[in-house]
Design a binder for this molecule. Structure first.
Ligand SMILES: Cc1cc2nc3c(=O)[nH]c(=O)nc-3n(C[C@H](O)[C@H](O)[C@H](O)COP(=O)(O)OP(=O)(O)OC[C@H]3O[C@@H](n4cnc5c(N)ncnc54)[C@H](O)[C@@H]3O)c2cc1C
Length: 488
């Protein structure tokens, strides 16, 4: 039986990100993916938001995605675009890029890293004991892992086999999504009516049209057909535009559910396996990628014996509330898409509110993920928030903060007197960087904050400790997040 420290079920965006994070942390990691290769049929998600671009930037790969996508102010509520171009980030925008492109770029990235991938194979179940997990595969083989992570999507076999509850809301509406050819030119733009939202969009090849249409009644769980699509289009537009030659037809709903637990013993969940929702607002892929970035370094430290298993509890503590909030927002957005005259009145009120400065910033902060605040206790506003990508000056020249995170290692950034810190007992794990920074400290949504003299940055880019003139709490923060001090 082949053995790996971490086995990931599912090589979608969450699984690939977790594989990259694990490999960067020098963990022996394998991905089991049902598809025969990384190719995703259909375009699926249309991009991601600012904080996800930032986390990819923290690993030095954001440019690969930016080169293929289109930046835009794409975060919306009702009819208002939540412009975030004044947010203090290098990426004050969303990125329009299809999921099949995202997955191709991610697959090329993890191919550069020591990640083992078992393609064309499904995880069918598992059995865990005190020291590891036996992972059963569809080809009759099994793998032995210290930890198993289910990144196997909304219908997660891992979640079900682990007996994890998936409470939430049953679907009330369904959409068909497809890529087809047409004989009649479809109308431009998005249409709303009492069933929901509809739209047809010609793709870059000039031939394929991407269709999203809300069905008149909630559709069945079986695979939709070209006939279903034709009927749904005729009900809305009075014509099916002569659709033919489909390359992809799928159905999604507004089912909204979240796993009650993100971990049972040695088995964890990330991405859609832990939360599903209507894709309004385009947050699903971003949530999964950020789950992976939160979990990867923690799991690596537990596997490497640097930190106790209790560090894994902080994964659910931090990520569950973030997804719960996204679920609430997508339900609100889904409700605003069904337009009769009364809901249109609500849309108008919400749109007006969302265009005011304070609500715009708050809402853009949520959708972009830039306002994420993990509860790490009382203290400086930076504590538990994302470290800004400042332009630093070091003895070796200029440096961006995010460059320090490329290897997914923690950093103690000393912005005070050079040589003022001694963290020898953690020197094997934590980089100590003396630097200076002369600019303003400004956080998205919150605005200006007082300049700290030092910050302890976790590998996921969140601030674990903030220094003023004292060092109070630093050894405790280092121990909490990066394990006990090494013996002298
Ligand atoms: C129409 C539509 C539009 C969307 N638009 C957006 C958007 O604009 N922005 C956004 O952020 N999100 C969007 N989403 C949501 C986004 O697509 C998902 O949230 C995202 O793909 C979740 O990633 P994941 O890695 O968690 O799961 P998935 O992408 O579902 O990946 C799961 C992987 O696991 C594999 N797998 C499944 N079961 C097994 C098994 N038992 N063993 C081995 N492998 C298995 C699958 O083949 C798949 O590769 C959209 C979704 C839809 C349907």
């Amino acid at each position: 039986m082949a053995e790996h420290a971490v086995v990931i079920a599912g090589g979608g965006p969450a699984g690939m990100m977790l594989a990259a994070e694990s490999a960067l942390a020098k963990v022996d990691v394998a991905v089991v993916e049902r598809r025969p290769d990384h190719v995703l049929v259909g375009s699926r998600a249309g991009g991601f938001h600012s904080r996800t671009i930032e986390v990819l930037d923290q690993r030095g790969v954001a440019d690969r995605f930016l080169a293929e996508g289109q930046v835009a102010q794409a975060a919306m509520l009702a009819t208002t675009v939540l412009d975030m171009s004044d947010f203090p980030t290098r990426h004050p925008y969303s990125l329009g890029i299809w999921q099949n492109q995202i997955e191709r770029i991610m697959a090329a990235w993890i191919a550069e890293l020591p990640v083992r991938i078992y393609f064309g194979c499904e995880v069918t179940g598992f059995a865990q004991d005190g020291t590891g997990v036996d992972v059963e595969l569809s080809d009759g083989q099994s793998l032995r892992a210290r930890y198993l992570v289910g990144c196997d999507g909304g219908r997660s076999v891992i979640r079900k086999a682990a007996g994890i509850e998936f409470p939430g809301w049953d679907p009330t509406k369904s959409n068909l999504i497809a890529e087809v050819e047409v004989t009649e030119e479809p109308p431009r733009g998005i249409r709303h009516d009492t069933t929901g939202v509809h739209g047809l969009q010609r793709l870059e090849d000039g031939r394929t049209v991407r269709v999203v249409v809300t069905e008149q009644q909630l559709g069945p769980s079986s695979e939709p057909t070209l006939r279903d699509l034709s009927e749904a289009l005729i009900a809305v537009y009075g014509t099916d535009f002569g659709i033919h030659s489909p390359t992809w037809i799928s159905r999604f709903t507004d089912m909204t559910r979240q796993a009650a637990a993100y971990r049972v013993g040695r088995v964890l969940l990330a991405g859609d396996s832990a939360h599903v929702h209507y894709p309004a607002g385009g947050q699903g892929l971003s949530l999964g990628v950020q789950d992976a970035v939160n979990l990867g370094w923690k799991l690596a430290q537990v596997v490497n014996g640097t930190s106790p298993e209790s560090l894994l509890d902080t994964y659910q503590d931090e990520r569950h509330p973030i997804a719960a909030r996204a679920l609430q927002h997508t339900m609100a957005q889904g409700a605003l898409q069904r337009r009769d005259e009364r809901i249109q009145a609500l849309v108008d009120v919400v749109s007006e509110l969302a265009s005011m400065d304070e609500p715009r910033k708050r809402l853009a902060g949520i959708i972009s993920g830039l306002d994420i605040h993990y509860d790490l206790g009382e203290g400086h506003p930076l504590l538990g928030r994302r470290m800004p990508d400042l332009d630093l000056v070091t003895a070796d020249g200029p440096l961006r903060v995010f460059e320090l995170l490329h290897d997914a290692r923690p950093v103690l950034l000393n912005l005070g007197e050079p040589g003022g810190f001694d963290i020898t007992p953690w020197a094997d794990r934590v980089q100590l960087i003396d630097a200076s920074y002369k600019g303003e400290w400004e956080l998205p949504v919150l605005g200006a904050v007082t300049a700290p003299t030092a910050v302890l940055i976790r590998p996921d880019g969140y601030v674990a400790w903030v220094g003023d003139r004292t060092r109070l709490g630093l050894p405790e923060a280092l121990t909490t997040w990066f394990g006990p001090p090494a013996a002298a």
